[in-house]
Design a protein around this ligand. Structure first.
Ligand SMILES: [Fe+2]
Length: 246
């Protein structure tokens, strides 16, 4: 099976369209979404509808999906994130609001092949930034392979019997084969708001037959996404950071 792994779209229609155009000619069997379809960007309904159009699809919720759909009040959000979430909540169509509210909490196991979580498979809102957090997750779970999002930073952590290893992906395309006897935590990066210093949209494909993960970086109309954010009256830092990838 070939899985299309998408995360942290954040209502960025331009970035999501570029990614979906890129994969149009690739064969994939299932789309997998790791949460945060909305929040920050100016096109929440369009992002949700594009994701809902991917079939077959398995998706879990992210922290922004919860606050934007009113499941949580966002008391842990900073001012900019909360402002964007409340703006998003006012604009969602009833059908898209219901879809967002119905997204399950991670972790989920997909086809018995791997797990998915938004933050960590222990707590959906917690971050995995480095090896200490990754090691904690490895110790408290038994998954051999888990895809996660939330940090907006494409990275692979591998735990072998004698060491933990961090693999930083290199643009524009980074492919690696999962080794037997090593457990993995893999972040495909963020489509709509990358934070690894590279502004290009990031996503991954996983081929379960060859056990190969490939992370792709895709250019998109950043200035257009920025202009929409400003025209919508959303906070300026949300537009500025798209060009920086931070
Ligand atoms: Fe996110």
């Amino acid at each position: 099976m070939r899985y299309l792994i998408l995360s942290d779209i954040h209502a960025n229609r331009e970035a999501l369209s570029a990614v979906l155009t890129r994969v149009r000619r690739k064969r994939w069997d299932r789309a997998v979404v790791l949460g945060d379809v909305v929040g920050y960007g100016a096109n929440p309904n369009e992002a949700i509808e594009a994701i809902r159009g991917l079939k077959p699809l398995v998706a879990i919720r992210g922290n922004h999906d919860k606050v934007c759909s009113g499941i949580e009040d966002g008391e842990m959000f900073n001012r900019v994130a909360l402002q964007a979430a409340l703006w998003t909540r006012r604009r969602l169509t009833p059908g898209n609001l219901r879809w967002l509210q119905s997204l399950p909490e991670g972790p989920l196991v997909v086809d018995g092949a791997f797990a998915i979580s938004h933050g960590t498979p222990i707590y959906e809102d917690a971050y995995i930034f480095g090896e200490i957090e990754a090691l904690n997750v490895f110790r408290q779970t038994s998954f051999d392979l888990c895809f996660f999002g939330h940090s907006h930073f494409p990275v692979v952590f591998g735990l072998s019997p004698d060491a933990i290893q961090t693999v930083l992906t290199t643009p524009p395309t980074f492919s690696f084969r999962l080794e037997q006897g090593v457990r993995y935590l893999v972040n495909p990066g963020s489509i709509g708001q990358p934070r690894d210093g590279n502004p290009l949209a990031s996503f991954a494909m996983f081929d379960s037959a060859t056990r190969t993960v490939t992370v792709y970086r895709v250019p998109y109309a950043i200035e257009r996404a920025q202009r929409k954010i400003l025209d919508a009256g959303l906070p300026r830092p949300l537009a500025d950071r798209l060009a920086l990838g931070r």
